[in-house]
Design a protein around this ligand. Structure first.
Ligand code: HMN
Length: 288
C-alpha cells in the first residue's frame, strides 16, 4: 500500500444521483491510464460527507468489483456518527478492502480521549488495519506528536494520511514512527514530503495527474531532486489553475475531456458556469 494512491472521484449525474457507469470509467482511467498504486475510496474527493450510508456502500461495492484485485484499496469510513463508521468498517472489511481509514471526528470539539475511543472502537470491531485521516484545515482537529503516539499504541492503527503543511510535525513523526505508514496529503507539496520520507501520497489530482506524481515520488526517493522539482513545478502550474477554477468540478471536467463520464458534483457544491467549464477543458488540453 505504498506509492501514489488516488483519492477517488465519484461520478454523479445532473440530479446528484450516483452514476455507476461513470464511476467505473473513473476507476479504469486511474488504474489503466494514470497507473496509480492504489485507490482511497470515499474520501473528501469522493464527496463522502454529502452522501448517504447506502451510497457509500454502493461506491465501496462498485469499486471493489471494478478493480478486480489490480490495486490495493483503502476504505475511508470515518463519520461523526460512530455507529455509521463501524457499520461501514464492517461492510468494507467483508468486501475485502486492504485497509480502512477514518477522518478525525469533527464539528463537535471532541477531546483526545473521545478521539482515541473513536479510532479504537472502529478498528477493534473488525479484522482490518486503520490509517488515521488527519486534515486539520477542514476538521479543526490538530493532534500532537504524543497524541499520535498514543493512537499508534494500537497495533491495528498502522499509519496516517497527513494532509497538513506542518512539515516539522511530519519530520518528527517520521523519526518517531519508522514502522508506521505515513502518506502525504497535499499534492502540491509532494516533493518536500517525499524528501522527508513519506511512504506514499493520497491525493485528488492523481485522478488526472497520477503519472507525474509517480515521477516526483520516485525521483525524490532516488535523490534526483532537481529533476523532481521540475516536475513538481509543472504539476503545481496545473494544480494552481485547478484550484482557481474550482477543485473537484474542474478535475471532473478534465476527466470528461479525456472521454471519462465523470459527471457533476453533489449539491451543495455548485455547477460550473460555461466559462469555467471551458477553462477546465483548456487546462486538460494544455497540461495532460
Ligand atoms: C481525500 O480524502 O479525498 C483526499 O485524500 C484529500 C486530499 O488530501 C486532497 N485534499 C482535499 O481535497 C481537501 C488533496 O489531494 C488536495 O485536493 C490537493 O492537494 C489540492 O490542494
Amino acid at each position: 500500500m505504498k506509492g501514489i494512491i488516488t483519492a477517488l472521484m465519484v461520478s454523479y449525474d445532473q440530479d446528484g444521483n450516483l452514476n455507476e457507469k461513470g464511476l467505473r470509467e473513473i476507476i479504469r482511467y486511474n488504474v489503466d491510464v494514470c497507473k496509480v498504486d492504489g485507490l482511497y475510496v470515499n474520501g473528501s474527493t469522493g464527496e463522502n460527507f454529502m452522501i448517504s450510508t447506502e451510497e457509500k456502500k454502493e461506491i465501496f461495492r462498485i469499486t471493489k468489483d471494478e478493480v478486480k484485485g489490480q490495486v490495493p484499496l483503502i476504505a475511508q469510513v470515518g463519520s461523526v456518527n460512530l455507529r455509521e463508521a463501524i457499520d461501514l468498517a464492517k461492510y468494507a472489511t467483508d468486501l475485502g478492502y486492504d485497509a480502512l481509514s477514518a477522518v478525525t471526528p469533527f464539528y463537535y470539539k471532541f477531546n483526545f480521549n473521545e478521539i482515541k475511543h473513536y479510532y479504537n472502537s472502529i478498528i477493534n470491531a473488525v479484522d482490518n488495519k486503520m490509517i488515521i485521516y488527519s486534515i486539520p484545515f477542514l476538521t479543526g482537529v490538530n493532534m500532537s506528536l504524543d497524541q499520535f503516539a498514543e493512537l499508534f499504541e494500537n497495533e491495528k492503527i498502522i499509519g496516517v494520511k497527513f494532509t497538513a503543511g506542518d512539515f516539522y510535525l511530519l519530520e518528527r513523526m517520521r523519526k518517531k514512527f519508522p514502522e508506521k505508514l505515513i502518506y502525504g496529503g497535499f499534492d502540491e507539496m509532494l516533493l518536500p514530503a517525499t524528501v522527508l520520507g513519506i511512504d506514499g501520497a493520497i491525493g485528488s489530482t492523481f485522478n488526472v495527474n497520477g503519472q507525474r506524481a509517480r515521477q516526483i515520488f520516485e525521483l525524490g526517493k532516488q535523490g534526483k531532486i532537481e529533476e523532481a522539482r521540475e516536475i513538481q513545478h509543472v504539476t503545481n502550474d496545473l494544480i494552481s489553475e485547478i484550484l482557481d477554477n474550482g477543485l473537484y468540478q474542474t478535475i471532473k471536467e478534465m476527466l470528461k475531456e479525456k472521454g471519462v463520464d465523470a459527471g457533476f458534483c453533489r449539491e451543495p457544491m455548485e455547477k460550473l458556469s460555461e466559462e469555467r467549464i471551458a477553462k477546465a477543458r483548456s487546462i486538460a488540453k494544455n497540461h495532460l
